[in-house]
Design a protein around this ligand. Sequence first.
Ligand SMILES: [Zn+2]
Length: 428
Amino acid sequence: MKLLFLFYIFSISILSANIQLIKKENKDSNTTLLVVAGIHGNEPGGYFAASILATHYKILSKNLWIIPNLNQKSIIRNRRGIYGDMNRKFSVIKKNDQDKKIIEEIKEILLSEKVSLVLNLHDGHGFYRKKNQGSIFNPNAWGQTCVIDQCDLKQDQEFGNLNDIAIAVKDSVNKKLLKQHHSFDVKNTNTQYDDEAMQLSLTYYAVTNNKPAFAIETSKNLSSLSQKVFYQLLAIEEYMRIMDIKFQRNFDFNEDEIAKILNNYGTLSINRNILLNLSDIKKSLSYIPIKSKSNIFKFSHPLGDVRKTNGVYSVFIGNKFVTALKPQYFKLSKNCQEKLDFVIDGKKFSFQNTSEFFVTADFKVIKSKKQRVNIIGYQPKVSGDESEVPVSLSNLNKNYSVDKTNKTYRVEFYNKDEFCSMSMVHFK
Ligand SMILES: [Zn+2]
């Protein structure tokens, strides 16, 4: 057999107890860039950039590890740190600190032998300038900087010339600015001598263990999330070039394309029998047929999460609230059909049980032995089974649509009183 691939690329996501670590690796090298995002939950530029790195980049040589949402509980609440500042817990941490497990795990990852360079992504206040130019542009601002704790590590340490590397990155970013006042600079916190707070930080922990580490700070004062992500990715790509990590991205590098990617929330699978497209979903959906506990939620987006409060499941992508799912609890039937038969615009089709199908005029579900059908929003109401009933858009009550444009509806399958699966019908 002919060998088709000279190198083997794999992308694995390891959900250890507390941290999502996505590895994009090649067998040819131990050189690894570790990108850590979301240590502060209200700094979306960093964690949305990391999520795009995870989903839209292919690493062709060497390795990229991504932690897109270190402080996920704070991210979905859009707060810096619900248990205090996680980036001040790397020197000492109290026994009963709620972040303790995450801190212990991330420390271990930082010191992995493979990790060659660490980036910690933030959105900071204002625009850093060496001279004071008012409340937004001044030496105390953090925005638009490559931050280093000191100029160098031990002499023989690869990528240990932190200052030179940071200067090279900011020079490269400054060639591609969207606006002139977005310019980047190097901010050296001179942590060992001048900055007691930073001595407790992630990068300083890495640096004191002789791991090259930098922070990238895009400005909170940039006008859009897409601009923040643009600069984060621009800087990260430059670090990859410096490390000679070859990569491919599947989009054109500009703000509009990044905005499009950011608006795509992907899908949410629940218990493998419901598949929701989150990009155009209504702010709230009712009577979602799930179990009373132990539901399995799987997102295609690395920043997807569910938070249950007062019996409602709120769905988030990063710090963005997407939809509220109000449940109706069912047992899941073990006696269901995997394939379902339909007549769509006069032609017969079969689909997998969580498919989305497209209709121009009308459709009906072909009656099966095992399952009854409930078409959510169908009017006039049919009692019992709604298979063999022709359905067009005019039969459907808009209040029950799944999407904001009122074109997508739920077709649900039950075996007696137990839930089987949900399909989606989309009217063109
Ligand atoms: Zn921060």
